[in-house]
Design a protein around this ligand. Structure first.
Ligand SMILES: Cc1cc2nc3c(=O)[nH]c(=O)nc-3n(C[C@H](O)[C@H](O)[C@H](O)COP(=O)(O)OP(=O)(O)OC[C@H]3O[C@@H](n4cnc5c(N)ncnc54)[C@H](O)[C@@H]3O)c2cc1C
Length: 417
């Protein structure tokens, strides 16, 4: 028999970015919140480490910006976009100012994913959430009220819970147990990521470049560490399979335009090198299970090429927190506004990821033509720049026409002769 625990208002399964942000907010509003996190310590899983300006705005609204800065976070006020024959030094002179995307937000915030997760979970606990780490074999039984059973420290527990939140990431067991199906798109690219030390990378400057048949992104932190990712065409599959993945990754990076003095072959790897297919996923519209809601990656993710997942997680946390604290009666359609807003937000981001892939990760003459023409014209036409600008300021800030099929067609056609 599981040991019965006192009932709680909300059980959050997964104490990562989304779950901890939500738990902290709810606990601060006086709700009884239990967080079940399966890991004992957060480790580097090669996840998101730059929070876009609209995500910083969400963090600020949740009261978490300082927490992320104290966790080692620092702002990148500029983006150096080089490649296609333009060196880092040449492009650096005309770096893109990221501090103007949202007035009052200094730019994207770069922070280690394990550091951010740890800090947000500690913040949730300090706000009054009950925390169980190394929670195993969680079973969710949504209902009115629902219940959750789990194992911790060798004992099985049962807790009645008015609301269950699935915040357990991409491979969400909450989603699976609730019978919610996930649709995934075909991978557009593959991406490998590695955290590097020992490089004199300029802090405060994120970087992106497409050269030859690879694209890279780099997010330096004030500690001197740089999170790097390299992308290549999906048709090539996992080209780093094997024991020398780190060396081959560094070899790929060396072929790309980097800041002066940054030789990847002399860098110090500071974490694992993981390779992942880049795609989007989503759950059906109209999913409404009384007593249960999914947030963050568990509810479907955005292609990491466009770096939106952390911002999405914080927006989800804020939306669900606002719903649960506005009216303690929790009517059956309580999450209708959240689901509707999220569905449109993710639709726009899927289009944005498609366009970003066509622009940055199409390694052909057509791709190079598209990049050149788009770079020349996009600044003058918000419909052309909009799908990517929305990644900085938030997808809802862009005119809806920017996501129309005809506009997408216009952007793709830039590559045609
Ligand atoms: C290669 C790559 C690069 C990325 N780059 C960026 C980027 O630059 N910017 C950006 O914004 N986003 C990026 N993302 C996306 C971002 O990392 C995620 O969208 C974000 O971490 C989602 O937060 P989450 O809280 O939903 O999930 P997670 O951060 O994965 O947290 C889920 C938590 O649930 C816990 N958990 C899992 N299963 C269980 C269980 N059964 N029981 C209890 N606990 C469980 C996990 O231990 C974890 O702590 C990237 C993703 C990838 C893969």
């Amino acid at each position: 028999m599981p040991r019965a625990q006192p009932a709680v208002d909300v059980t959050v399964v997964g104490g990562g970015i989304a779950g901890s942000a939500l738990a902290g907010k709810l606990a601060a509003h006086g709700l009884d919140v239990l967080v079940l996190e399966k890991s004992l310590l957060f480790r580097d899983r090669v996840r998101g480490e730059t929070l876009m300006p609209w995500g910083v705005a969400e963090a600020r609204r949740l009261g978490l910006e300082e927490t992320l800065l104290r966790a080692g976070g620092s702002y990148a006020g500029a983006m150096v976009a080089c490649g296609d024959g333009v060196s880092y030094a040449q492009a650096g002179d005309t770096g893109i100012d990221l501090s103007t995307a949202i007035p009052g937000i200094p730019g994207p915030l770069n922070v280690g994913h394990p550091d951010a997760s740890t800090a947000l979970l500690e913040h949730a606990a300090a706000s009054g959430a009950h925390l169980v780490r190394e929670a195993q074999n969680i079973r969710v039984h949504p209902g009115e009220p629902g219940a959750v059973t789990y194992e911790a420290a060798g004992e099985r527990h049962q807790v009645r819970s008015r609301m269950i939140v699935g915040a357990d990431g991409r491979h969400s067991t909450t989603r699976r147990q609730a019978g919610i199906s996930l649709t995934t798109s075909t991978p557009r690219t593959y991406c490998a990521g590695l955290l590097l030390g020992g490089l004199p990378w300029p802090t405060g400057e994120n970087a992106a470049a497409t050269e030859g048949d690879a694209h890279y992104l780099a997010f330096p932190r004030r500690s001197g560490l740089v999170r790097t990712y390299v992308f290549w065409a999906a048709a090539r599959g996992n080209q780093l399979r094997g024991p020398d993945a780190v060396q081959r990754y560094l070899g790929l990076l060396k072929e790309l335009p980097l800041p002066a003095g940054c030789d990847p072959l002399s860098a110090i790897p500071k974490g694992p090198c993981a390779v992942l297919p880049m795609n989007d996923s989503w759950i059906g519209t109209g999913v409404n299970i009384p007593g249960l809601v999914l947030i963050g990656d568990a509810a479907g993710w955005s292609d990491p090429l466009i770096g939106q997942g952390l911002s999405i997680a914080l927006r989800d946390a804020r939306s669900v927190a606002e719903a649960l604290t506005a009216d303690r009666n929790w009517p059956p359609d309580i999450f209708h506004p959240y689901h509707a807003e999220r569905s449109e937000r993710m639709r726009r981001l899927r289009i944005s990821a498609h366009i970003a892939t066509e622009l940055r990760c199409t390694f052909s003459d057509e791709g190079r033509r598209r990049r050149r023409s788009w770079n020349r014209t996009a600044q003058r036409d918000v419909r052309l720049s909009g799908p990517l600008l929305g990644n900085l300021a938030g997808p809802e800030t862009v005119p809806a026409e920017a996501f129309d099929a005809s506009n997408i067609g216009r952007i793709i056609a830039f590559g045609h002769r």
